[in-house]
Design a protein around this ligand. Structure first.
Ligand code: NAD
Length: 430
């Protein structure tokens, strides 16, 4: 409580889970200290000939269970503290999904919307030249995150190959299929979120047609889940982006929303100046108003700290599916728990992305490429299995999904720490 540090606040979520599982204090201590942090300045020659410098970082949080894994974010407000928090969540997420990875994360403090395509490419390649010694297929494997995408991953893979003078596609995931990307990667995060919605629907007897969903953020994750929910018969009644939200109780025709958003680059295109408005009958809301709509499922799929102590009491959804990382503060969590809102935490709900990144890495290392069907089935099975393991802990300890997920992660991280050796091993008591 009381700290502004997202990393400190993220670590605070371990405490309750640590009381439920049998782990040594050493596991807990290790997780409080990132293994290594690299901070660099990336020079960028702008199109007009000027030189600009950008601050960038890469954090290895923990590699007990395998090489670091985590995205690269471009955002004007990004700082090292946030990257540490994101890297810690990756350690926990990979443990929850039982992937042979630790946690890492990185990014550049930049507003990519202010760069030309060529500046963006030069900056992305420049970052890889700066961090090349810190990443690698058995060291740390980056992937896309907010405002980075598969094209950027392709440039980065290409630049890494120039630096190390060999083809090394397994150094980065989320690549275009033409460069060794996996089938199903672009929709994987959303597909994992869909599994969570379906598991809850099954347990509570919700029918798809009657389940109303609001989605905050309409990028890769948000559009993806909107499309999958729409295809599965759910009613997507509100969506938002950084400019605002639209709402229609009848539900949107999601494919046309996606088409408009991507053609006009903003949901403004479906506001009332456009003819589609007649068809969708949308009401315009602020992001804050959208969070408080009377819906069944709320999906935050944008940035951290959007559901807080100030607005959690007004949330009417029965379930929150955290596709974004860290959207709910600890204070908000308490309020939602009290109100009986089921929160499926980020380290489970958005883990579909890293899971298919893992499949991409396997395919790159073996040279054996899988069909979309195989990727989808394996993702579905793994998500469903880990969801059930967490549900068991939730039922056993009468606790929240978040605490259950951290407890499962701690069990697996604790087993790895003990296998490497803890005090109990060295003083002969084990
Ligand atoms: P993205 O850049 O594709 O999309 C981000 C979206 O959020 C955009 O539509 C943007 O307009 C919107 N947005 C920005 N500020 C907003 C605000 N203040 N209010 C409402 N909307 C706002 O990013 P993404 O890859 O979809 O990632 C979104 C979230 O999901 C992040 O928290 C990310 O860490 C998490 N996530 C993504 C993946 C993935 O595979 N893409 C995997 C795991 C977690």
């Amino acid at each position: 409580m009381g700290t502004n540090s997202l990393f400190e606040r993220a670590l605070g979520r371990l405490d309750e889970a640590a009381r439920l599982v049998d782990i040594t204090e050493e596991t807990y201590i290790r997780l409080h200290h990132p293994k290594a942090v690299l901070s660099v300045s990336v020079p960028l020659r702008m199109d007009d000939g000027r030189l600009e410098m950008f601050a960038a970082h890469r954090v290895h949080h923990n590699d007990l269970r395998g090489p670091g894994k985590g995205g690269i974010r471009y955002h004007p407000d990004l700082d090292l503290d946030e990257i540490k928090a994101l890297a810690f969540w990756m350690t926990c997420k990979c443990a929850v999904m039982d992937l042979p990875y630790g946690g890492a994360k990185g990014g550049i403090t930049v507003d990519p919307k202010k760069l030309s395509q060529m500046e963006l490419e030069r900056l992305s390649r420049g970052l890889i030249r700066r961090i090349a010694d810190f990443i690698g297929p058995q060291v740390d494997i980056p992937a896309p995150d907010v405002y980075t995408n598969e094209r950027i991953m392709g440039w980065m893979m290409d630049e890494y190959a120039h630096v190390v003078r060999r083809h090394e596609p397994a150094v980065i995931t989320g690549k275009p299929i033409a460069l060794g990307g996996s089938q199903g990667r672009s929709t994987a995060t959303a597909r994992g979120g869909l599994v969570c919605v379906q598991k809850l629907a099954e347990r509570h007897g919700w029918s798809a047609e009657q389940t109303r969903v609001a989605i905050q953020g309409f990028g890769n994750a948000g559009q993806g889940i909107a499309r999958l929910l729409f295809d599965a018969g759910y009613r997507v009644v509100a969506v938002s982006d950084s400019q605002g939200a639209i709402h229609s109780d009848k539900g949107f025709d999601v494919p046309s929303l996606i088409r408009f958003k991507n053609e006009r680059r903003s949901l403004k295109a479906v506001y009332c100046e456009e003819s589609v408005c007649d068809a969708v009958q949308a009401e315009r809301l602020t992001n804050e108003e959208m969070l408080q709509l009377d819906v069944d499922v709320l999906v935050p799929a944008a940035l951290a700290d959007v559901i807080t102590g100030d607005n959690a009491g007004a949330i009417k959804a029965r379930a929150v599916i955290e596709l974004a990382n860290g959207p709910t503060t600890a204070e908000a969590d308490e309020i939602l728990n009290e109100a009986g809102v089921t929160v499926i935490p980020d380290i489970l709900a958005n883990a579909g992305g890293v899971t298919v990144s893992y499949y991409e890495w396997i395919q790159n290392l073996t040279g054996d490429y899988w069909s979309a069907d195989k990727v989808e089935k394996r993702l579905q099975q793994r998500m469903s299995h880990q969801f059930d393991r967490i549900q068991d802990l939730v039922d056993e300890h009468e606790t929240s999904f978040r605490v259950g997920a951290y407890a499962l992660a701690l069990q697996r991280l604790g087993a790895a720490a003990e296998a490497v050796g803890t005090r109990d091993l060295f003083n002969g008591s084990k």
